[in-house]
Design a protein around this ligand. Structure first.
Ligand code: NAD
Length: 257
């Protein structure tokens, strides 16, 4: 339980859902965790002996401040989980340019800013760890396969998948001790998905969306937050020392077919 002892992690969107579960899993392995979120993450941080910082991933200024906070509070940065993200479903004809851009601003620009500012910070002491420091980007099965009504989200998660590979190669070729990998969850039972199901019910009266979501997985169930948190903790650790630029799919078989 001390795979990550001595390491400092920053988890964006860490107040709830997959971010909170990842923060907990990293802390359980001994990491000091900064929980960052636009929403209040004090409770999540306090429960794991971490610290909360208010942080909108779309703001470059707030990225610089969040990384400075991690250094001041815990002495450095070794792990970044680019988890914050937004999701909705909409037919292309009803998607506005403004909303499309907003999705990219949070899901793509947020990850870009995280890579830009965290790579140098993590590289500073990456040589301390077997395999170096680690960045884990939350993409999705939606970064691998398309689905109807999710054009803006598909665009954003596809971008995260390839930004991960680009950053991984750049770090490796430059000899920077930072690994960069993506995680691709299937549909996981978090508020993001229950909100989507409620929106569908409100718009169309269809009330069995969560059951339909579950049926997309050959294993016959929705994913749990811990399924994803375990993958994040693995990629953060030296157990994944030879993994960079890879895409770890955690989807109950959804994309295997
Ligand atoms: N739940 C799923 O089925 C699923 C599947 C694949 C990928 N993902 C991805 O996993 C990540 C987490 O999803 P989740 O299900 O936990 O979502 P969630 O909506 O339950 O939680 C997201 C968190 O991100 C925060 N956030 C939103 N915008 C932000 C911003 N601009 N800056 C900082 N924080 C912000 C929210 O306040 C919230 O705490 C997202 O990137 C999502 O796209 C989720």
């Amino acid at each position: 339980m001390d795979e990550l002892a001595g390491r400092v992690a920053l988890v964006t969107g860490g107040a709830r859902g997959l971010g909170a579960a990842a923060a907990k899993a990293l802390a359980a392995e001994g990491a000091k965790v900064v929980v960052s979120d636009v929403a209040d993450g004090n409770e999540t941080a306090a429960a794991i002996g971490g610290a909360y910082v208010k942080h909108d991933v779309a703001s470059e200024e707030q990225w610089i401040a969040a990384i400075a906070f991690a250094k001041e509070r815990f002495g450095g940065l070794d792990i970044l989980v680019n988890n914050a993200g937004i999701f909705w479903m909409k037919p292309i004809a009803l998607e506005t340019l403004e909303a499309f851009r907003r999705m990219q601003q949070v899901n793509v620009e947020g990850v870009f800013l995280g890579l830009k500012h965290a790579i140098p910070a993590i590289a500073e002491r990456g040589a301390k760890w077997d395999g170096g420091g680690s960045i884990i980007n939350l993409s999705s099965v939606a970064g691998i396969i398309g689905s109807p009504m999710t054009l803006a989200y598909n665009a954003s998660k596809g971008a995260v998948r390839l930004m991960t590979k680009s950053a991984a190669l750049e770090c490796a070729r430059a000899g920077q001790k930072v690994r960069v990998n993506s995680v691709h969850p299937g549909i996981i039972e978090t508020q993001m998905m229950t909100d989507a199901a409620e929106a569908i019910a409100g718009a169309s009266g269809v009330n069995d969306t969560m059951e339909r979501f579950a049926s997309f997985h050959p294993m016959g169930r929705l994913g749990r937050d811990i399924d994803i948190a375990n993958a994040v903790a693995f990629l953060a650790s030296s157990k994944a020392a030879f993994m960079t630029g890879s895409e770890l799919v955690v989807d109950g078989g959804m994309t295997a077919a």
